[in-house]
Design a protein. Structure first.
Length: 245
């Protein structure tokens, strides 16, 4: 799964990399090196067509998809932490996610994300790792978003990261990893008129996705949401017996 990630880019940087020509938030989200469930996050989604060409919006939403059938605000907020990730294998059929997958897909920009080693890998269980793009750019993570209205009429937009089975060296850390979408698939993924489920599932199949990223171990300070700052991403030495990629 992906339960924490980092974002320090300003809106101009995100708009440039993700070719946003539509709307953008009135205010930027504060830099956050330890984004946790329910925190505000950026997403890139389709906008209205401009002169026949796809346009994209940059928006801010809450991390953790709110199921469309919920009615109580407290229950909706509590449910978000259980819906921060959607599995690529079942996102098209799970009741919480299937409508959003068909109609409201997005990209979730991440500077990097954190993962914790499981007992099944070669590292000490619960050892934290920071995983980021090899080219130093933002990771374009596949996501879905939704819009939910509270009993008082307030609209809350929320989103989930789509994950897949971990590949290559990443599988030695954890069994899951985010789905990274190559640039040439963005238009098809974001197009709300693209509703063919199998075609959408095929977009998430990427050859050697683990080659896009590099990982290094970090301190346990990231375990607490109270801790923040770029220092959380600093590599630590695990010693000679363990090797990284």
């Amino acid at each position: 799964m992906c339960g924490r990630y980092a974002q320090s880019a300003d809106m101009r940087e995100l708009m440039e990399q993700f070719e946003v020509t539509g709307n953008s938030p009135a205010q930027s989200i504060p830099v956050n090196w330890n984004i946790a469930p329910t925190n505000p996050i950026y997403i890139v989604r389709s906008a209205s067509k401009d002169l026949g060409r796809p346009a994209r919006d940059l928006a801010t939403v809450s991390w953790g998809l709110i199921a469309p059938w919920l009615h109580d605000l407290g229950e909706a907020k509590a449910s978000q932490s259980r819906a921060i990730n959607a599995r690529s294998e079942s996102v098209h059929e799970k009741p919480t996610f299937r409508v959003a997958f068909k109609l409201r897909r997005c990209l979730i920009p991440a500077e990097g994300y954190y993962e914790w080693a499981t007992a099944l890998g070669q590292y000490r269980p619960k050892q934290a790792f920071y995983i980021t793009a090899r080219d130093g750019r933002q990771l374009p993570i596949a996501g879905i978003w939704s819009s939910w209205r509270t009993p008082t009429g307030e609209v809350i937009e929320s989103a989930s990261i789509i994950t897949q089975e971990a590949q290559g060296e990443l599988a030695t850390i954890h069994s899951r990893m985010p789905v990274f979408l190559p640039h040439d698939r963005w238009d098809s993924w974001l197009d709300s008129e693209n509703k063919e489920v199998q075609a959408l599932r095929n977009l998430m199949i990427v050859k050697s996705p683990e080659s896009i990223v590099v990982a290094h171990p970090v301190s346990s300070a990231v375990n607490s949401v109270a801790n923040n700052g770029k220092g959380l991403t600093q590599a630590i030495d695990l010693g000679e017996p363990e090797t990284l990629f």
